[in-house]
Design a protein around this ligand. Structure first.
Ligand code: FAD
Ligand code: SF4
Length: 330
């Protein structure tokens, strides 16, 4: 690890001003940042500790929206009674992430900003060819071991997965990311994560110094009847091989789908909303064959790089299973 300067910000305005300076990073729980600094992937000259800023760790559930501060801990949000009641998918996606110790340390803002787990990205000593870390150098994963790489949203420059869980549920339910810099703005979560294209080193639209101060999730009937299914190589402390965040709202007849939300994780370069599958289900009768037929389209446009071909078969099954669970079909 290289030497770096450490500053503790006294308030949000000071933190933003300091983080606007070159080669500076915010430090929240430190789980991603310090990990990547030790691996020599992140090399900031300065870190600005934001962990003690006041007012950024609140969780509010009002009639219309859920507001979560960027410094709220993953475990606190997962365990919040109002969140569990109004939005099971948010709580479930957090409980199924990382480990209890990590969830107690990690912040919601830091969770959204976590970086890919691509082995080649995380090992600069062995692999210089990574377009995300070193633009223009190539991609070691495309011809390498790519079992854990993306099949959706890829480019010929990068096939790295967005690995997180919570953002998948946020994408399914149209959350906004609340950002403060020289001006305050809100970014729809689906626009917060960028496709790799030819610029995989650009992962989000934040400018230097811009800080996530919170997220806002509109409440809905589908959010109340929601679920997060995570399929992985072992039952805990593992990233998703494939996951689905789903929610459903029924018509008064109890059989016809009025609204449905679906996003998938662990298979794409960003949290992946399945709008076409949602559209194909609205107005249809809720039954297993309808769900399975619609879920088959979840991998439209998917591209295997070799070892990850199994994900193309897995995703429709995960989507259908998650919808059957939320639709009370055994
Ligand atoms: C072994 C292991 C297993 C894991 N498993 C999972 C998993 O299954 N699912 C999952 O979703 N995650 C998983 N994670 C990732 C983990 O959830 C993240 O590392 C954690 O949430 C990061 O939060 P943090 O507060 O520690 O962020 P930090 O490490 O402090 O920050 C991360 C990045 O975000 C930036 N940042 C932090 N806060 C802000 C802010 N408010 N505004 C702007 N930028 C900010 C920092 O500058 C840094 O670049 C795992 C991590 C490990 C180490
Ligand atoms: S998949 Fe992306 S992150 Fe991984 S080696 Fe290729 S360019 Fe780098």
């Amino acid at each position: 690890m290289r030497p770096f300067d450490y500053l503790r910000a006294q308030d949000t305005a000071a933190a933003i001003a300091e983080a606007g300076k070159p080669e500076t990073k915010f430090l929240a729980g430190g789980i991603t940042l310090l990990d990547l600094m030790k691996l020599n992937v992140e090399r900031p000259a300065r870190v600005v500790d934001i962990t003690r800023l006041s007012g950024l760790d609140t969780i509010e559930v009002s009639a219309d929206v859920i507001r979560i501060g960027a410094l709220a801990k993953m475990s606190k949000v997962a365990d919040h009674a109002g969140v569990r009641e109004a939005a099971p998918v948010l709580s479930e996606s957090l409980w199924r992430a990382a480990s209890a110790q990590l969830r107690n340390m990690a912040s919601i803002g830091g969770n959204l900003m976590q970086r890919t787990r691509c082995t080649y990205f995380r090992d600069p000593g062995a692999y210089s060819n990574c377009n995300k870390r070193n633009p223009g150098s190539g991609c070691a994963a495309i011809e390498g071991i790519n079992r854990n790489h993306a099949v959706l949203g890829t480019s010929d420059a990068c096939i790295a997965i967005y690995p997180g869980d919570f953002a998948v549920s946020l994408v399914a339910f149209d959350a906004d990311v609340l950002v403060r810099g020289t001006v305050a703005r809100r970014i729809p979560i689906d626009e917060f994560y960028l496709l790799p294209g030819q610029t995989p080193h650009l992962e989000h639209p934040l400018s230097p110094g811009e800080m996530i101060v919170g997220i806002e999730i509109p409440r809905s009937a589908a959010l109340k009847r929601s679920h997060y299914l995570k399929v992985r190589d072992r039952a805990s402390y593992e990233f998703a091989a494939a996951s689905a965040a789903v929610g459903i709202e029924m018509e008064a007849d109890g059989r016809t789908i009025r609204d449905v939300r679906i996003a998938v994780g662990g298979v794409a370069t960003k949290p992946w909303r399945l709008r076409a599958v949602e559209a194909s289900l609205k107005g249809k009768t809720l039954d297993e064959s309808t769900l399975r037929a619609a879920a088959a389209a979840a991998v439209e446009g998917a591209k295997s790089s070799g070892h990850n071909a199994f994900k193309i078969a897995l995703v429709p099954k995960v989507v259908a299973r998650a919808l059957m669970t939320v639709g009370d079909i055994s």
